[in-house]
Design a binder for this molecule. Sequence first.
Ligand SMILES: Cc1ncc(COP(=O)(O)O)c(C=O)c1O
Length: 337
Amino acid sequence: MLLAKLPRRSYTHATTPIEKLTHLSKLLDGPSIYIKRDDLLGLAGGGNKTRKLEYLLADAIRKGADTIVTGGALQSNHCRLTLAAAVKEGLKCHLVLEEGVATPYDPDANGNNLLYKLLGAEFIKVVPYGSDMIADMHALGEELAAAGRKPYVIPIGGSNELGSVGYVACAQEILQQTFETGLVLDDVVVASGSGGTQAGLIVGFHASSAPIKVHGINVSRPNETQIPKITDLVQQTASYLNVADNQLADRVHCYDGYVGEGYTIPTQGMIEAVQMLARTEGILLDSVYTGKVMAGLIDLVRKGAFKKEDNVLFIHTGGSPSLYANPTLFNEDLFVL
Ligand SMILES: Cc1ncc(COP(=O)(O)O)c(C=O)c1O
């Protein structure tokens, strides 16, 4: 596996920091907890998609695309960042947005929705909850092609084998950083959604024979569907990079106890976790992804899943722009210092 051989655009100027969460670690009285600040990645507002887009946009440009098509939920961080990457590359961008189960599209909504307009999406197609998003995105691509444009369709969350390479590269970055500082990592805790982030980290650590356990905290699906989804993507990514698939499936660990009633639906644990990070460390999480992941990490620590001498790394995958879409969500204090 030689990542330098793959075409890649560069959207961040340095490695993202790994910081110790001193106050949180002391408060929970468990392992030492560290954070990888991927919320500080480049493009508009940062977050995990930036790493995937470095490879996906390079592929789009190599194939002569002039328009990027992608899709996601109404408050999609992936759509915001894909649009920002397209703007940076001088390409147009069309978005397919799926309404929520109880949330119709509001053209004047704040958060990422405001940013789609500010960043100048050329076209936004809104589809009802439960639509076949993949078919809708490809239909849009075909319409563009029929009109003489050169579309490039990026899957939801940027999670195919090429997008996942962004997190294979992140695993290498983490290993280099911990090599330089002497930090011996035991565990990584990360969001498990469309899966490219978790899958890439698993393949990256596996390829370097690093015995670091990656705990994926599900944000939308039960384990019954999430584990096969991650396992497939891990295998596709490994095969794409010629990484030997010896017992890779054994490295897939998912937890579905923190999703609550469903994707985007708030939980008490998420509210406590977002308030805890804000009030102990001055770090903003979000309600859909990192808040639920941190709720999972806090609960695992409280249940004694880690040893006191363990070093655990939480991957901050971004998402704080969506906080502004729901200004009353954190009115109740579930965590007070
Ligand atoms: C802020 C944030 N964190 C985590 C995720 C989940 O990452 P993945 O889709 O790679 O599982 C997303 C996906 O949109 C996200 O926006």
